[in-house]
Design a protein around this ligand. Structure first.
Ligand code: 0WD
Length: 256
């Protein structure tokens, strides 16, 4: 029996089969969880539907986190299908491409900064708030994805680094405020993986090569590596862990 047997998980952030969310869905499905999915827009709908089918799920809901009405509608709909939710996976981030090239100030403007915070950090709090009635009162768990740029100043990551810092602080505040209801909130800080979102970051290929050369494990990580740790963190095996940022980065973050 898998260690997520009997758990119900909502997976956001699938944009392709290379998405980190796809790796998390795969691991959670393997461990026995029942899955539901969201898609950001009509362009992604059929892709997410295909993924859902592959995991034996027929719950596929629209969700653009920039839209409050869609957030509410998503959990209203989910509540009609499921009387409780055990796992919420937030694998969503966005910043305008211009903001992720060159130096921090080169592409900086008020709107780009606002969008990065809104889509990449505020959305975690907003989704958790809307999901709370379904998450509360039993052992449940929220998981998000961060990156080392939250705590170190890394070239080109720019406003997204600031947004990830905000995301990690949001994880801690949510964990503090929801622990008494049995809801745990954690982040994985993943090493660089070639996905659609990553392709927007200037110098990404160079970063991959650097990690392969210097990380303690001398390799980059895969979406399977991240998926397995995500499944563990959202399971009752991790019942004592909340408010944490867990690195799945082949050890890169320990380098001085
Ligand atoms: O190296 C990497 N790939 C890392 C990614 C290292 C460390 C962390 N992460 C994080 C990302 O910042 C993100 O939070 O992992 C999370 C998932 O990212 P991913 O799997 O790398 O990227 P991708 O496959 O592109 O999925 C992210 C998706 C979007 O894809 P696109 O590329 O179409 O923007 O987030 C979704 C969207 O589907 N998304 C939204 N979903 C709902 N509403 C929105 C939105 N407004 N904006 C983006």
């Amino acid at each position: 029996m898998g260690f997520l047997q009997g758990k119900r998980a909502l997976i956001t952030g699938i944009a392709s089969e290379r998405s980190i969310a796809s790796g998390i869905a795969e691991a959670m499905h393997r461990e026995g969880a029942e899955l539901a999915f969201t898609y950001q827009n009509e362009k992604l709908k059929s892709r997410v539907q295909k993924a859902a089918e592959q995991f034996g799920s027929d719950i596929v809901l629209p969700l653009d986190v920039a839209d409050d009405a869609q957030i509410q509608a998503c959990f209203d709909e989910l509540g009609k299908r499921w009387d409780r939710l055990d796992i919420l996976v937030h694998a969503i981030a966005f910043a305008p491409r211009e903001a992720l090239a060159g130096g921090f100030l080169d592409g900086l403007d008020r709107e780009g900064f606002r969008i990065a915070q809104d889509i990449s950090a505020y959305s975690l709090a907003a989704l958790t708030k809307a999901a709370r009635p379904l998450l509360t009162g039993h052992q449940s768990s929220v998981l998000t994805l961060s990156y080392l740029g939250a705590e170190r100043a890394l070239p080109n990551y720019n406003v997204m680094g600031v947004a990830k810092a905000s995301l990690e602080a949001t994880v801690r505040y949510l964990a503090l405020n929801l622990g008494a209801e049995g809801i745990r909130v954690n982040a994985i800080s993943a090493g660089p993986i070639k996905t659609l979102a990553a392709s927007g970051i200037g110098s990404f290929r160079k970063i991959l090569g650097h990690v392969e050369q210097y990380a303690p494990l001398r390799r980059t990580v895969t979406i399977e590596d991240v998926g397995n740790v995500g499944a563990f963190l959202c399971s009752d095996l991790a019942a004592g862990v909340t408010g944490e940022v867990t690195y799945v980065d082949a050890g890169y973050n320990i380098l001085g």
